[in-house]
Write a protein that binds this ligand. Structure first.
Ligand SMILES: [Zn+2]
Length: 145
């Protein structure tokens, strides 16, 4: 399986010494191909990615994103039916977070959704779109009966 449509940064990835040891003992590791000879991109079995290479999901868990870097390697599992691309943690960028101004804008928008246009009071719940006003106003105008 090749990472079609992705630019590959290098043809050879880091070796995993434990897996190299198994290969040297004649054990064939289907999804271990650090040189990319068989798969066209450095390939590792599930849970055997070398240190410093992380999946998008693993980067996200660390508050990082690939940041435009190419795919460096891949993990294959379920007999090659599943693939996850690996990125270098060293080249990753911090996840974009909202600026204070954006936070304020979001808070304002959420408050607006809790503010009744009829009585102008801010409620603890979102104003139902179907009513267009708070439950108190709706009840007073007979919309709920
Ligand atoms: Zn109201």
């Amino acid at each position: 399986m090749h990472a079609t449509g992705y630019t590959c940064a290098q043809t050879t990835g880091p070796h995993v010494s434990a897996l190299d040891a198994l290969s040297q003992r004649g054990i064939y590791l289907k999804h271990y191909d650090p040189t990319g000879t068989r798969y066209g991109i450095p390939t590792y079995p599930y849970r055997w990615a070398p240190a410093g290479l992380l999946t998008r999901r693993q980067l996200r868990a660390k508050g990082l994103r690939p940041g435009g870097q190419p795919v460096h390697a891949q993990i294959l599992w379920r007999d090659g039916a599943r693939v996850a691309y690996l990125y270098r943690e060293a080249d990753a960028k911090p996840k974009r977070t909202a600026t204070p101004a954006q936070h304020a804008a979001i808070a304002k928008a959420l408050k607006a959704r809790r503010t009744c246009s009829s009585c102008g009071r801010t409620k603890s719940y979102y104003i139902p779109r179907s009513l267009g006003e708070c439950l108190d106003c709706a009840e007073a105008s007979g919309a709920l009966s």
